[in-house]
Design a protein around this ligand. Structure first.
Ligand code: PLP
Length: 430
């Protein structure tokens, strides 16, 4: 029995019944969901999620790649409570807000050099959508409206809004919307191919958009060394903007604060979300260079303003959580800890390599994909493993037959060991 927020006491069965009656879940095969007995999460404690029957599960995917320090972190809870005592939400359209100001200053301090301005929103998809619109309008404002096409990477993922789907087109997810999407140019992870598109079309291209170092939703594909830097150089050479989508890789995921730092790359626009608020509240931002910002500074009648905004843009509670999260990065020396623990995690993952059902294991910091091989895709082996592993007290979510491990950055080696051991046991039983 759980005490629901509205004060009703509901059993697990009642919660499940109400969920099935009223809720439509994202990225969820609802026919299967209605036939299953879904977990209802009613609490959390550090690295653990707790269901309505009191069972505890290690959060092996950071609640969809966003949790950083664990759940119910006293410092972040306190920061949100303190902000609640001031104001929960005010608009940023025409008003400034204290936590948003302080966070913007902090973000620019830690971002790759050259990024100077922070445009807030509330999801990864809005952060990328904003980057695409900023890039197109940048050229428009400079008198080059023909530079409005984009280059994206095969199997990239930038979110589920129409612009994000246009440039991060994933056949399996987006096919029904293909007629709605605008034209983009797609390239494999191959600098010669990127260059050939740019050589031919640069006068019409606004920007190249890339998930730096790791293409997450494609199955944790890691780019060869030097690739990101090569893309930066090509963008500069051909006078097109470079957009780095750090929604998944940002805030320490790969062992650096931002993945671009691995190759000392400064993008023109950078999208962040997920880990920005420590995984607490919806918050995102698109960071831009001064040069881009300046192109929007015309007189009112010139129409150079960026006419874009969301109601909850820069929400004060979310910004307060983000500031507290950044404090914890420093206080706990979290980036160094991730680098150290990643080596331990790599050793544990090596043990999985001996299993005949395991193909490639791709890891960058706390971003891991374990590929299952030799199974009929129709069997949905990845989903099967992630469903069964719950009885061992672990929550995972696959990308097809790639098992994703994305633990909160604060997870210690003993909990990581529990997850890897549970995964090994589950794979052996296939
Ligand atoms: C690289 C990347 N960009 C954008 C998104 C979309 O973020 P959101 O789900 O917050 O809209 C994701 C989500 O996984 C992502 O991995």
């Amino acid at each position: 029995m759980t005490r629901a927020p509205a004060g009703r006491s509901l059993s697990t069965d009642e919660l499940r019944r109400l969920d099935k009656q009223f809720v439509w879940h994202p990225f969820t095969h609802m026919k299967q969901w209605l036939a299953d007995e879904p977990l209802v999460i009613t609490g959390a404690d550090g690295m653990y999620l707790i269901d309505s029957d009191g069972n505890r599960y290690l959060d092996g995917v950071s609640s969809l790649w966003c949790n950083v320090h664990g759940h119910r972190v006293s410092e972040i809870d306190a920061a949100i409570r303190a902000q609640l005592g001031k104001v929960a939400h005010t608009t940023m359209l025409g008003l400034a807000s204290e936590p948003a100001i302080l966070l913007a200053e902090r973000l620019i301090k830690i971002a790759p050099r050259g990024l100077a301005k922070v445009f807030y929103s509330d999801a990864g998809a809005t952060a990328t959508e904003i980057a695409f619109k900023l890039a197109a309008q940048y050229w428009f404002n400079l008198g080059k409206p023909e530079k409005c096409e984009f280059v994206g990477f095969a199997d990239a993922y930038h979110g589920d809004t129409v612009g994000a789907m246009s440039i991060g087109r994933t056949e399996a997810f987006h096919r029904p919307y293909f007629p709605l999407l605008f034209k983009a140019h797609f390239t494999p992870t191959d600098l010669a191919k990127v260059e050939s598109i740019l050589r031919e079309r640069a006068p019409r291209i606004a920007a190249v958009c890339i998930e730096p170092i790791v293409q997450g939703a494609a199955g944790m594909l890691i780019q060869p060394e030097g690739f990101l830097r090569g893309v930066r150089e090509l963008c500069t050479k051909h006078d097109v903007l470079m957009i780095a989508d750090e929604v998944a890789t940002g805030f320490g995921r790969t062992g650096k604060m931002f993945a671009c730092e691995h190759e000392e790359v400064s993008p023109d626009l950078m999208c962040v979300a997920k880990g920005i608020s420590g995984g607490y509240l919806p918050l995102a931002a698109t960071l831009a260079t001064q040069k881009i910002f300046d192109a929007f500074l015309g007189e009112t009648w010139e129409g150079k303003t960026f006419f874009h905004g969301h109601t909850y843009t820069g929400n004060p509670l979310a910004c307060a959580a983000a500031l507290a999260s950044l404090d914890l990065f420093e206080r706990n020396d979290l980036l160094r800890a991730v680098q150290r623990k990643s080596i331990g995690l790599a050793k544990m993952l090596d043990e999985l390599r001996t299993l005949p059902q395991v193909g490639q294991i791709r890891q960058k910091g706390f971003m891991v994909g374990v590929e299952l091989v030799g199974f009929d895709p129709k069997r949905r082996t990845g989903a099967e493993v992630c469903a069964k592993i719950r009885r061992r007290g672990v929550i995972l979510r696959p990308l097809s037959d790639v098992i994703v491990l994305m633990p909160p950055l604060a997870m210690e080696l003993d909990d990581l060991r529990r997850i890897v051991d549970a995964l090994a046991a589950e794979i052996r039983e296939l």
